[in-house]
Design a protein around this ligand. Structure first.
Ligand SMILES: [Zn+2]
Ligand SMILES: [Zn+2]
Length: 185
């Protein structure tokens, strides 16, 4: 499951993916193609996804391409992608962008949590589990900031925000893992 959906083609070159990378908007491109898109525009700004026009602030190569570092052309592309991440991956992002990145980050994180082959550091796993357990503890405890029993449907608001805060928190932890893994320090 770590790669573009089967049968899909790169939307830039309309060919099969070469060194596929997934952007933070969840779209896949050949590593080289998306670097060409970036070079085509301003070098000091992150490039926009050719499909959804959202700024690309993180590019994650598929595991298969990371394993082909012995091929010089792949190594060269991955070096460029890492440099891109180093420049644009650490930028402060608006709340809207962070919300838009949630599906990409949470889906990937879930896959890594259930895949024993993945090398998600133990301390990261622990932080993710603690956040989720604390969120669940709040949801299922009889204590509420806004009790449902009195305020009805409005009483669910605080539960909703607790879940949202947990998601944002966990996504931020995981983003820093991806950033460090693919270029940042
Ligand atoms: Zn391509
Ligand atoms: Zn996109």
């Amino acid at each position: 499951m770590d790669g573009p959906p089967g049968g899909d083609l790169c939307s830039v070159c309309h060919g099969n993916f070469d060194t596929p990378c997934q952007a933070n908007c969840s779209h896949w491109f050949c590593g080289n193609c998306i670097m060409l898109v970036w070079h085509h525009g301003s070098a000091v700004r992150p490039c926009k996804c050719p499909l959804c026009r959202r700024p690309i602030t993180l590019l994650v190569p598929s595991r298969a391409s990371s394993r082909q570092l012995n091929r010089p052309e792949v190594a060269e592309i991955l070096r460029k992608v890492e440099r891109y991440n180093r420049v644009f991956g650490g930028h402060s992002r608006s709340l809207l962008q962070r919300a838009q990145d949630l599906p990409f980050l949470l889906r990937r994180l879930l896959r890594e949590l259930i895949d024993p082959d993945r090398s998600l550091p133990l301390v990261i796993r622990a932080r993710v589990w603690i956040a989720m357990i604390m969120g669940a503890a709040y949801l299922f405890s009889p204590f509420d900031f806004i009790p449902e029993a009195i305020f009805g449907i409005a009483g669910l608001l605080d539960d909703f925000f607790v879940v949202l805060i947990v998601f944002f928190h966990v996504a931020a932890i995981y983003r820093s893992v991806l950033y460090r893994r693919h270029g940042g320090s």
